[in-house]
Design a protein around this ligand. Structure first.
Ligand SMILES: [Fe+2]
Length: 134
């Protein structure tokens, strides 16, 4: 499965929505590279690049939450921390064992499904919070 963007996922904070779309693109590139038997070096590069992009993105969200005194900041940040930890594990598994059915399944659950769930629930709440505030 690929990550498909749809407008219901928009949280109406322009920068963040653009970053979410970019993350989807990069995850899909990763899946293409893994399933297309790309060179290990190439897949590692995409993984690495994605990891860094996501860290910067989480940081951007966290700055918005702090700036606006968002009430569920702690809880939201905890979800980011958990994702980052899971992602590092996926990277380690890839380096160790390469592409396996288990790894693809983990990517589906811990990356793709997590993103869809997190954006449509937690990130959406930030957008609503800002709308109410202004
Ligand atoms: Fe988030």
């Amino acid at each position: 499965m690929k990550l498909q963007w749809n407008d219901d996922l928009a949280i109406d904070i322009e920068d963040i929505d653009e970053q979410h779309k970019e993350i989807f693109k990069r995850v899909n590139n990763l899946l293409d590279a893994m399933k297309g038997n790309s060179e290990k070096e190439e897949v590692s590069k995409i993984l690495n690049y994605l990891a860094r992009y996501v860290v910067d993105h989480f940081h951007a969200e966290e700055c918005i939450m702090i700036k606006h005194n968002y009430s569920s900041y702690k809880n939201h940040k905890d979800e980011h921390i958990l994702f980052t930890k899971d992602f590092s594990e996926l990277e380690r598994d890839y380096e160790k064992y390469g592409v396996t059915p288990e790894l693809l399944q983990q990517i589906q659950w811990r990356l793709c499904n997590w993103l869809l769930d997190h954006i449509s629930k937690e990130d959406k709440k930030i957008g609503l919070f800002l709308k109410k505030k202004h």
